[in-house]
Design a protein around this ligand. Structure first.
Ligand code: HSE
Length: 333
Protein backbone atom coordinates (compact mmCIF):
# COMPACT_ATOMS: atom_id res chain seq x y z
CA UNK A 1 0.00 0.00 0.00
CA UNK A 2 1.35 3.45 -0.92
CA UNK A 3 1.71 5.66 2.14
CA UNK A 4 0.65 9.25 2.51
CA UNK A 5 2.49 11.56 4.91
CA UNK A 6 0.20 13.66 7.09
CA UNK A 7 1.33 16.58 9.25
CA UNK A 8 -0.13 16.98 12.73
CA UNK A 9 -0.03 20.02 15.02
CA UNK A 10 -0.42 19.59 18.77
CA UNK A 11 -2.01 22.35 20.83
CA UNK A 12 -0.83 21.50 24.33
CA UNK A 13 1.79 18.91 25.30
CA UNK A 14 0.71 18.19 28.87
CA UNK A 15 -0.24 14.71 30.10
CA UNK A 16 -2.50 13.95 27.11
CA UNK A 17 -0.59 15.87 24.40
CA UNK A 18 2.65 14.26 25.52
CA UNK A 19 1.07 10.80 25.35
CA UNK A 20 -0.15 11.57 21.81
CA UNK A 21 3.39 12.55 20.74
CA UNK A 22 4.77 9.33 22.23
CA UNK A 23 2.05 7.17 20.66
CA UNK A 24 2.76 8.65 17.22
CA UNK A 25 6.50 8.04 17.72
CA UNK A 26 6.14 4.52 19.07
CA UNK A 27 3.28 3.31 16.85
CA UNK A 28 4.02 5.26 13.66
CA UNK A 29 5.15 2.17 11.77
CA UNK A 30 2.16 0.09 12.85
CA UNK A 31 -0.23 2.90 11.90
CA UNK A 32 1.42 3.27 8.51
CA UNK A 33 1.33 -0.47 7.81
CA UNK A 34 -2.33 -0.75 8.77
CA UNK A 35 -3.74 2.46 7.38
CA UNK A 36 -1.30 3.85 4.83
CA UNK A 37 -0.99 7.06 6.84
CA UNK A 38 2.46 8.24 7.95
CA UNK A 39 1.94 10.70 10.83
CA UNK A 40 4.52 13.45 11.40
CA UNK A 41 4.21 16.03 14.18
CA UNK A 42 4.96 19.34 12.44
CA UNK A 43 4.13 21.85 15.17
CA UNK A 44 3.75 21.73 18.94
CA UNK A 45 2.20 24.67 20.73
CA UNK A 46 3.35 24.71 24.33
CA UNK A 47 4.20 27.11 27.11
CA UNK A 48 7.81 25.91 27.16
CA UNK A 49 10.25 24.56 24.60
CA UNK A 50 11.65 22.27 27.35
CA UNK A 51 8.34 20.44 27.56
CA UNK A 52 8.38 19.85 23.80
CA UNK A 53 11.87 18.35 24.10
CA UNK A 54 10.79 16.32 27.13
CA UNK A 55 8.10 14.49 25.14
CA UNK A 56 10.65 13.61 22.45
CA UNK A 57 9.73 16.20 19.82
CA UNK A 58 12.32 18.35 17.98
CA UNK A 59 12.69 21.81 19.60
CA UNK A 60 12.39 23.66 16.27
CA UNK A 61 8.71 22.71 15.96
CA UNK A 62 7.84 24.41 19.28
CA UNK A 63 5.75 27.58 19.17
CA UNK A 64 3.62 29.65 21.52
CA UNK A 65 1.54 31.16 18.68
CA UNK A 66 -1.59 29.64 17.15
CA UNK A 67 -0.92 31.62 13.95
CA UNK A 68 2.27 29.60 13.39
CA UNK A 69 0.15 26.46 13.45
CA UNK A 70 -2.65 27.81 11.26
CA UNK A 71 -0.18 29.24 8.74
CA UNK A 72 1.72 25.98 8.36
CA UNK A 73 0.30 24.22 5.30
CA UNK A 74 2.13 21.02 6.18
CA UNK A 75 0.02 20.69 9.36
CA UNK A 76 -3.30 19.33 8.07
CA UNK A 77 -4.68 18.23 11.42
CA UNK A 78 -4.87 20.15 14.67
CA UNK A 79 -5.03 18.09 17.86
CA UNK A 80 -6.23 20.14 20.81
CA UNK A 81 -5.13 18.77 24.19
CA UNK A 82 -5.12 21.94 26.25
CA UNK A 83 -8.40 21.45 28.08
CA UNK A 84 -10.64 24.13 29.58
CA UNK A 85 -13.16 26.29 27.77
CA UNK A 86 -10.99 29.19 26.63
CA UNK A 87 -8.83 29.78 24.76
CA UNK A 88 -9.34 26.18 23.58
CA UNK A 89 -12.84 26.71 22.11
CA UNK A 90 -11.67 29.72 20.07
CA UNK A 91 -8.63 27.80 18.88
CA UNK A 92 -10.82 24.90 17.76
CA UNK A 93 -13.05 27.27 15.82
CA UNK A 94 -10.14 29.13 14.22
CA UNK A 95 -8.47 25.85 13.26
CA UNK A 96 -11.60 24.66 11.44
CA UNK A 97 -12.02 28.05 9.75
CA UNK A 98 -8.38 27.82 8.62
CA UNK A 99 -9.22 24.53 6.89
CA UNK A 100 -7.65 22.10 9.37
CA UNK A 101 -9.24 18.84 10.45
CA UNK A 102 -9.69 19.01 14.22
CA UNK A 103 -9.32 16.30 16.85
CA UNK A 104 -10.00 17.17 20.47
CA UNK A 105 -10.35 15.56 23.88
CA UNK A 106 -11.86 18.72 25.34
CA UNK A 107 -15.26 17.88 26.80
CA UNK A 108 -15.80 21.30 28.35
CA UNK A 109 -15.18 23.26 25.13
CA UNK A 110 -17.31 20.82 23.12
CA UNK A 111 -20.16 20.62 25.61
CA UNK A 112 -20.40 24.42 25.71
CA UNK A 113 -19.80 25.20 22.01
CA UNK A 114 -20.94 22.02 20.26
CA UNK A 115 -23.38 23.45 17.70
CA UNK A 116 -21.03 26.27 16.69
CA UNK A 117 -18.08 23.91 16.26
CA UNK A 118 -20.15 21.35 14.33
CA UNK A 119 -21.39 24.09 11.99
CA UNK A 120 -17.83 25.35 11.45
CA UNK A 121 -16.66 21.83 10.54
CA UNK A 122 -19.45 21.40 7.97
CA UNK A 123 -18.87 24.90 6.55
CA UNK A 124 -15.15 24.22 6.18
CA UNK A 125 -15.66 20.67 4.88
CA UNK A 126 -13.40 19.30 7.59
CA UNK A 127 -13.60 16.55 10.24
CA UNK A 128 -14.30 17.34 13.87
CA UNK A 129 -13.53 14.28 15.96
CA UNK A 130 -13.66 13.90 19.73
CA UNK A 131 -13.57 10.20 20.61
CA UNK A 132 -11.35 10.85 23.65
CA UNK A 133 -13.65 13.50 25.10
CA UNK A 134 -15.98 10.87 26.59
CA UNK A 135 -14.97 7.45 27.88
CA UNK A 136 -11.19 7.82 27.31
CA UNK A 137 -10.08 4.89 25.16
CA UNK A 138 -13.54 3.33 24.69
CA UNK A 139 -14.71 3.58 21.06
CA UNK A 140 -17.88 5.23 22.25
CA UNK A 141 -18.35 7.92 19.59
CA UNK A 142 -17.66 5.44 16.79
CA UNK A 143 -20.28 3.10 18.27
CA UNK A 144 -22.79 5.88 18.88
CA UNK A 145 -22.32 7.10 15.29
CA UNK A 146 -23.04 3.59 14.07
CA UNK A 147 -26.11 3.17 16.29
CA UNK A 148 -27.46 6.63 15.43
CA UNK A 149 -27.29 5.96 11.70
CA UNK A 150 -30.40 3.81 12.18
CA UNK A 151 -31.78 4.07 15.69
CA UNK A 152 -33.67 6.53 17.75
CA UNK A 153 -31.69 6.68 21.01
CA UNK A 154 -33.85 7.50 24.00
CA UNK A 155 -31.65 6.56 26.93
CA UNK A 156 -27.97 6.78 27.88
CA UNK A 157 -26.75 5.72 31.30
CA UNK A 158 -23.31 5.07 32.68
CA UNK A 159 -20.13 5.88 34.55
CA UNK A 160 -18.18 8.51 32.62
CA UNK A 161 -15.64 9.85 35.10
CA UNK A 162 -12.56 7.75 35.86
CA UNK A 163 -11.28 9.84 38.76
CA UNK A 164 -14.43 9.60 40.88
CA UNK A 165 -14.85 5.93 40.01
CA UNK A 166 -11.24 5.32 41.09
CA UNK A 167 -11.82 7.17 44.38
CA UNK A 168 -15.09 5.34 45.14
CA UNK A 169 -13.50 1.97 44.29
CA UNK A 170 -10.49 2.56 46.56
CA UNK A 171 -12.72 3.78 49.38
CA UNK A 172 -14.93 0.67 49.07
CA UNK A 173 -12.29 -2.00 48.50
CA UNK A 174 -9.23 -0.71 50.36
CA UNK A 175 -10.79 1.60 52.91
CA UNK A 176 -8.60 4.37 51.46
CA UNK A 177 -9.40 7.89 52.63
CA UNK A 178 -11.01 10.16 50.02
CA UNK A 179 -8.10 12.66 49.88
CA UNK A 180 -5.49 9.94 49.50
CA UNK A 181 -7.43 8.20 46.71
CA UNK A 182 -7.78 11.53 44.88
CA UNK A 183 -4.03 12.15 45.13
CA UNK A 184 -3.38 8.71 43.64
CA UNK A 185 -5.82 9.41 40.79
CA UNK A 186 -3.90 12.62 40.10
CA UNK A 187 -0.58 10.79 40.15
CA UNK A 188 -1.90 8.25 37.64
CA UNK A 189 -2.93 11.05 35.26
CA UNK A 190 -6.70 10.50 35.58
CA UNK A 191 -7.75 13.75 37.25
CA UNK A 192 -8.35 17.14 35.67
CA UNK A 193 -5.76 19.87 36.45
CA UNK A 194 -8.33 21.23 38.90
CA UNK A 195 -9.94 18.08 40.32
CA UNK A 196 -13.04 20.04 41.35
CA UNK A 197 -14.28 19.36 37.81
CA UNK A 198 -14.14 15.62 38.54
CA UNK A 199 -15.34 15.39 42.12
CA UNK A 200 -18.16 17.93 41.75
CA UNK A 201 -19.52 16.16 38.68
CA UNK A 202 -18.84 18.92 36.11
CA UNK A 203 -16.66 16.64 33.98
CA UNK A 204 -19.39 13.96 33.93
CA UNK A 205 -22.00 16.62 33.13
CA UNK A 206 -19.99 17.85 30.11
CA UNK A 207 -19.64 14.29 28.85
CA UNK A 208 -23.33 13.55 29.35
CA UNK A 209 -24.26 16.75 27.50
CA UNK A 210 -22.07 15.66 24.55
CA UNK A 211 -23.68 12.20 24.40
CA UNK A 212 -27.19 13.60 24.73
CA UNK A 213 -26.52 16.28 22.07
CA UNK A 214 -25.45 13.58 19.62
CA UNK A 215 -28.50 11.45 20.43
CA UNK A 216 -30.83 14.46 20.13
CA UNK A 217 -29.11 15.90 17.04
CA UNK A 218 -29.18 19.32 18.68
CA UNK A 219 -27.13 21.10 21.28
CA UNK A 220 -28.06 20.20 24.85
CA UNK A 221 -26.13 22.47 27.18
CA UNK A 222 -24.33 21.16 30.28
CA UNK A 223 -26.24 23.63 32.47
CA UNK A 224 -29.28 21.42 31.87
CA UNK A 225 -27.69 18.58 33.82
CA UNK A 226 -28.99 18.20 37.36
CA UNK A 227 -25.55 17.69 38.96
CA UNK A 228 -24.29 16.41 42.32
CA UNK A 229 -20.65 15.40 42.91
CA UNK A 230 -19.13 12.83 45.27
CA UNK A 231 -17.77 15.18 47.94
CA UNK A 232 -20.76 14.47 50.18
CA UNK A 233 -20.35 10.68 49.96
CA UNK A 234 -19.18 9.28 53.32
CA UNK A 235 -17.01 6.20 54.01
CA UNK A 236 -20.02 4.82 55.95
CA UNK A 237 -22.29 5.04 52.88
CA UNK A 238 -19.63 3.40 50.72
CA UNK A 239 -19.15 0.61 53.29
CA UNK A 240 -22.88 0.03 53.70
CA UNK A 241 -23.40 -0.21 49.92
CA UNK A 242 -20.65 -2.83 49.79
CA UNK A 243 -22.17 -4.85 52.63
CA UNK A 244 -25.44 -4.91 50.65
CA UNK A 245 -23.58 -6.41 47.68
CA UNK A 246 -23.66 -3.22 45.60
CA UNK A 247 -21.69 0.01 45.27
CA UNK A 248 -22.05 3.77 45.30
CA UNK A 249 -21.28 5.04 41.80
CA UNK A 250 -21.37 8.45 40.15
CA UNK A 251 -24.09 7.73 37.60
CA UNK A 252 -24.71 9.92 34.57
CA UNK A 253 -28.07 9.44 32.87
CA UNK A 254 -29.94 11.06 30.03
CA UNK A 255 -33.48 10.01 29.22
CA UNK A 256 -35.97 11.20 26.66
CA UNK A 257 -39.23 11.98 28.44
CA UNK A 258 -41.73 12.84 25.72
CA UNK A 259 -39.92 15.55 23.77
CA UNK A 260 -37.72 16.58 26.69
CA UNK A 261 -34.30 15.20 27.63
CA UNK A 262 -33.80 14.77 31.39
CA UNK A 263 -30.15 14.73 32.41
CA UNK A 264 -28.68 13.89 35.76
CA UNK A 265 -25.29 13.21 37.35
CA UNK A 266 -25.35 12.00 40.96
CA UNK A 267 -23.93 9.37 43.31
CA UNK A 268 -26.36 6.45 43.45
CA UNK A 269 -26.57 3.07 45.11
CA UNK A 270 -26.15 0.50 42.33
CA UNK A 271 -27.25 -3.04 43.27
CA UNK A 272 -24.90 -5.97 42.68
CA UNK A 273 -27.00 -7.37 39.80
CA UNK A 274 -26.40 -4.20 37.75
CA UNK A 275 -23.29 -4.31 35.51
CA UNK A 276 -22.35 -0.78 36.57
CA UNK A 277 -21.74 -1.95 40.16
CA UNK A 278 -18.75 -3.93 38.85
CA UNK A 279 -17.04 -1.12 36.93
CA UNK A 280 -13.87 -0.55 38.98
CA UNK A 281 -11.00 1.94 39.20
CA UNK A 282 -10.49 4.21 36.16
CA UNK A 283 -12.88 2.18 34.01
CA UNK A 284 -16.05 3.64 32.51
CA UNK A 285 -19.13 1.93 31.10
CA UNK A 286 -21.97 3.42 29.12
CA UNK A 287 -25.26 1.81 28.13
CA UNK A 288 -26.88 3.24 25.02
CA UNK A 289 -30.43 2.16 24.25
CA UNK A 290 -31.62 2.35 20.65
CA UNK A 291 -35.16 1.53 19.48
CA UNK A 292 -33.90 -1.09 17.01
CA UNK A 293 -30.65 -2.39 18.47
CA UNK A 294 -31.83 -2.42 22.11
CA UNK A 295 -29.31 -1.83 24.89
CA UNK A 296 -25.59 -1.75 24.00
CA UNK A 297 -22.96 -1.55 26.75
CA UNK A 298 -19.45 -0.22 26.12
CA UNK A 299 -16.75 -0.70 28.73
CA UNK A 300 -13.07 0.21 29.04
CA UNK A 301 -10.56 2.62 30.52
CA UNK A 302 -12.19 6.02 30.74
CA UNK A 303 -9.16 7.97 31.96
CA UNK A 304 -5.40 7.76 31.67
CA UNK A 305 -2.84 9.07 29.18
CA UNK A 306 -2.41 5.89 27.14
CA UNK A 307 -6.07 4.97 26.50
CA UNK A 308 -6.85 8.63 25.80
CA UNK A 309 -3.96 8.94 23.35
CA UNK A 310 -5.07 5.70 21.66
CA UNK A 311 -8.48 7.27 20.95
CA UNK A 312 -6.95 10.56 19.78
CA UNK A 313 -4.49 8.97 17.39
CA UNK A 314 -7.25 6.75 15.95
CA UNK A 315 -9.27 9.93 15.40
CA UNK A 316 -6.32 11.51 13.55
CA UNK A 317 -6.22 8.57 11.18
CA UNK A 318 -10.02 8.68 10.70
CA UNK A 319 -9.90 12.42 10.01
CA UNK A 320 -7.40 11.79 7.20
CA UNK A 321 -9.39 8.92 5.75
CA UNK A 322 -12.96 10.21 6.05
CA UNK A 323 -12.75 14.01 6.50
CA UNK A 324 -16.01 15.95 6.79
CA UNK A 325 -18.05 12.75 6.61
CA UNK A 326 -17.14 12.46 10.29
CA UNK A 327 -18.28 15.95 11.32
CA UNK A 328 -21.06 15.66 13.93
CA UNK A 329 -24.68 16.62 13.29
CA UNK A 330 -25.59 18.89 16.16
CA UNK A 331 -28.02 21.69 15.41
CA UNK A 332 -28.30 24.81 17.60
CA UNK A 333 -30.65 24.43 20.61
N1 HSE B 1 -10.63 13.58 34.49
C1 HSE B 1 -11.28 12.72 33.53
C2 HSE B 1 -11.78 11.49 34.24
C3 HSE B 1 -10.30 12.38 32.46
O1 HSE B 1 -11.34 11.25 35.37
O2 HSE B 1 -12.61 10.78 33.71
C4 HSE B 1 -10.91 11.68 31.29
O3 HSE B 1 -11.86 12.48 30.64
Amino acid sequence: MASREVGVALLGVGTVGGAVARTIAERGDVIEARTGVRLVVRRAMARSRERVIQVGLPPEIATTELDDVLGDDRAEIVVEAMGGEEPAASYLLRSLQAGKHVVTANKEALAKHFAELAAAAHAAGRALLFEASVGGGIPLMASLRQILAVNRVSRIRGIVNGTTNYILTQMAEQGTAYAEALQEAQRLGYAEPDPTADVEGYDAAYKLAILASLAAGRHIRPERVDRTGITGVTPEQVGEARSRGGAIKLIASAELDGEEWRLRVAPEFVPGDDLLAHVRLNFNAVEITGDRVGPVVLYGQGAGPQPTASAIVSDIVDAVRFGVALAPHVAPE
